[in-house]
Unconditional design. Sequence first.
Length: 120
Amino acid sequence: MSNIKNLSTNIDPNVKARDIKDLSSRTTNIYESIAIITRRARQLSSDLKKELHDKLEEFVVVTETIEEIHENKEQIEISRSYEKMASPTILATEEFINGDLEWRYPEPVVKEEEFPEDAE
């Protein structure tokens, strides 16, 4: 999980304009490139969410009344550090541009006949 955080530290969290031709050069078209980047961004987002949830779960205090709110400075610092990180979309785009992202196309599924020749 910390691998995502390490990736994010070297990347500028601000959005930059990208050349469409560079993005589509590794695939057959721009839509395919965007689909690949989108899938990776969803994976990163899910991993980041799980990592943050696990870290913040340590600070959970169960109380009987709803009015009581416990704020922990460590919890706030952890949340702020995740807010400052680059978004999963930016991370996935950087991985794609740098060639760190691998993908493969699913093999076509060959269906067998409904009625095999062996059965009579």
